[in-house]
Write a protein that binds this ligand. Structure first.
Ligand SMILES: CC(C)(COP(=O)(O)OP(=O)(O)OC[C@H]1O[C@@H](n2cnc3c(N)ncnc32)[C@H](O)[C@@H]1OP(=O)(O)O)[C@@H](O)C(=O)NCCC(=O)NCCS
Length: 154
């Protein structure tokens, strides 16, 4: 947050708030509805991402990518790309080929997704509050990994 992350939270955001929020995921993670990825380098956690598997009967091919974060001291070293590669592998393994995400328009994350071949679908003005209190636009992206990639694997 203090270093440009737009992942849903606003300051003040303490370690206690963070722990409380992580614990809210327990049921979904246990049930396999949410996959949490953690990237460790030499024993240190440098990044994380989540894959939220759509649950409705007509959406079992779909998943949302969320909370993509690389530690501020570890950015621009390829970890974001590595996390997104792992997200795609996890999605294929879960039988999901259509991925969606949203991100703050104009952010570093938007550049990452564009570089990795995500397609820009739409922009929604005033979607999310940012730390200075204003409402900022969000851009929605999708990436179709191709249903063939799942069938070939099966
Ligand atoms: C977005 C984020 C995950 C990128 O992680 P990262 O480890 O720095 O990304 P990478 O080093 O793998 O970058 C891969 C490519 O993305 C693009 N990119 C990433 N950060 C960029 C930046 N600050 N400026 C321009 N391009 C950038 C580049 O094309 C880069 O390739 P290059 O370094 O060969 O030019 C990281 O900046 C972050 O955690 N931001 C805050 C959290 C956030 O906003 N998350 C998104 C929520 S949807």
């Amino acid at each position: 947050m203090d270093t440009g992350a737009s992942v849903g939270f606003l300051p003040p955001f303490t370690a206690v708030d963070a722990e409380r929020w992580w614990r809210t995921l327990t049921a979904d993670v246990s049930a396999g509805r949410v996959l949490v990825l953690l990237l460790r380098v030499e024993g240190r956690a440098v990044g994380t991402a989540q894959l939220r598997l759509a649950q409705l009967p007509n959406a079992r091919h779909r998943a949302e990518v969320a909370k993509v974060l690389v530690h501020s001291s570890a950015r621009r070293q390829g970890y974001g790309r590595a996390l997104m590669d792992a997200v795609e592998t996890a999605a294929r393994n879960a039988g999901r080929h259509l991925l969606l995400l949203d991100t703050l328009s104009g952010s570093d994350a938007e550049r990452l997704y564009a570089r990795l071949g995500w397609t820009r679908a739409a922009e929604i003005p005033g979607y999310a509050a940012v730390p200075n209190g204003r409402l900022a636009a969000t851009t929605i992206y999708y990436k179709d990994l191709g249903s063939d990639s799942l069938r070939r694997k099966a």
